[in-house]
Design a protein around this ligand. Structure first.
Ligand code: 13P
Ligand code: SF4
Length: 306
C-alpha cells in the first residue's frame, strides 16, 4: 500500500491537518502539513481551520492542541508517546511543591501534563521561556517547572532567581561533555548548536543555544559549513533538506547507544499515523473542566509571545 497517498486521501476526507514535531521520523515530517517546534505547533493548532488535528508528536503536545481546540477531534498515532519531563512532574507532587511557595508566580514549561499546566500562571516553551520569565511580576518569587536545565539557562539569561523543579529530559541529559569536547577537537571548524534542555556543563561548549526551530534557522543562516548538533537527532532531517551542502554531526551520547533519539517521539510511525487516521483513534480526550483550567495560562503564553 502507498501509505503516503492513503494518508493524503484520508486527510482530504477528514478535513484534517497533520502537525509534526522536528523529532519525528523523516517520513512522518515529509507527509505533515506543518513541521515545527513546540511553540509553532501550538500556534498552528490555535489557528487551524481543519476539523481534525492529527498530532505527530508526544502526548503533552496533542493535549496542548486539545486545550486550544476542545471541540475538535485530536488524533495521536500512539497514545503512549509520553515525555520524561512531563512524567517526572506528577500533578499531586507539583501541587505540594506549589503549596510551599503560596505567593509564587508559576512559569511552566509546555512539556508538562494538562493538570500541571492548570496550576500555572503562564506556560513557556524553549523558544520563549526567557521572555515569559522576564514578564513575570517583579515583586513575586518565580517557580519554574519541570526542566531544571532550561530553568537554570533562563535564570542566567534574565537575571531572575527561579525556584526550580528538579526535572530533566532523558535524551538531553545523556549528552556527554567529554565526548562533545573530543568532537570539537576533531572538528575545530564546526559550530556547536544545542538545545537548552542540555546540562549546563554541555551548554558551556555551545556557540548557539535555542529551541529546535531556532537551532534549525541558525544552521541555515550561519556562514559555517559544519555543525555539531546537540539535541534529538530527528532535527537533522530538516537541516539536511534546508542546507544540503552543509555537514551535520549529531552529538554523541554518553555510552554509544542511540539515546540521542527520543523513545517517546519515535513511538509514532507512518503505519500508526495511517491507522489512526483510518480508524479515527487513538484520540486525545480530556475532561472539559481540565481543558478550561489549562487554557488561561496557555493563552497567556500565546498572547505574550506576539
Ligand atoms: P522545542 O521547544 O524546541 O520544540 O523542544 C521540545 C522538546 O521536547 C525538546 O526536547
Ligand atoms: Fe520529552 Fe525529552 Fe522526548 Fe523532548 S526529547 S519529548 S523533553 S523526553
Amino acid at each position: 500500500m502507498d501509505l503516503e497517498a492513503e494518508i493524503a486521501k484520508l486527510k482530504r476526507e477528514l478535513n484534517a491537518v497533520i502537525l509534526a514535531h522536528y523529532y519525528q521520523e523523516g517520513e512522518i515530517q515529509d507527509v505533515a502539513d506543518f513541521v515545527g517546534d513546540s511553540l509553532a505547533l501550538a500556534q498552528q493548532a490555535e489557528q487551524t481551520k481543519a476539523d481534525v488535528i492529527v498530532f505527530c508528536g508526544v502526548h503533552f503536545m496533542a493535549e496542548t492542541a486539545k486545550i486550544l481546540n476542545p471541540e475538535k477531534l485530536v488524533l495521536l498515532p500512539d497514545l503512549e508517546a509520553g515525555c520524561s519531563l512531563s512524567d517526572r512532574c506528577p500533578p499531586d507532587r507539583f501541587k505540594a511543591f506549589k503549596a510551599q511557595h503560596p505567593d509564587a508566580f508559576v512559569v511552566t514549561y509546555v512539556n508538562s501534563s494538562a493538570a500541571v499546566k492548570a496550576m500555572s500562571d503562564v506556560i513557556c516553551t524553549s523558544s520563549n521561556a526567557a521572555k515569559m520569565v522576564a514578564k513575570a511580576p517583579k515583586d513575586r518569587p518565580i517557580l519554574f517547572a519541570p526542566d531544571q536545565h532550561l530553568g537554570r539557562y533562563v535564570a542566567r539569561q534574565t537575571g531572575r532567581e527561579l525556584l526550580l523543579w528538579p526535572g530533566s529530559c532523558i535524551v538531553h541529559e545523556i549528552f556527554s561533555e567529554k565526548r562533545l569536547v573530543q568532537l570539537k577537537v576533531e572538528h575545530p571548524d564546526a559550530e556547536v548548536v544545542a538545545h537548552p534542555e542540555c546540562e549546563e556543563a554541555v551548554l558551556r561548549h555551545a556557540d548557539f543555544i535555542g529551541s529546535t526551530k531556532q537551532i534549525l534557522d541558525r544552521t541555515v543562516e550561519s556562514p559555517k559549513q559544519k555543525f555539531i548538533v546537540v539535541t534529538e537527532a530527528g532535527i537533522l532531517h530538516q537541516m539536511q533538506q534546508k542546507a544540503p551542502h552543509k555537514t551535520f554531526i549529531p552529538a554523541p551520547p554518553d555510552n554509544g547507544c542511540a539515546c540521542n533519539e527520543c523513545p517517546h517521539m519515535k513511538r509514532n510511525t507512518l503505519e500508526k499515523l495511517h491507522r489512526c487516521m483510518k480508524d479515527r483513534t487513538p484520540r486525545l480526550d480530556m475532561p472539559p473542566a481540565l481543558a478550561q483550567a489549562a487554557y488561561a495560562p496557555l493563552k497567556r503564553m500565546l498572547e505574550w509571545s506576539k
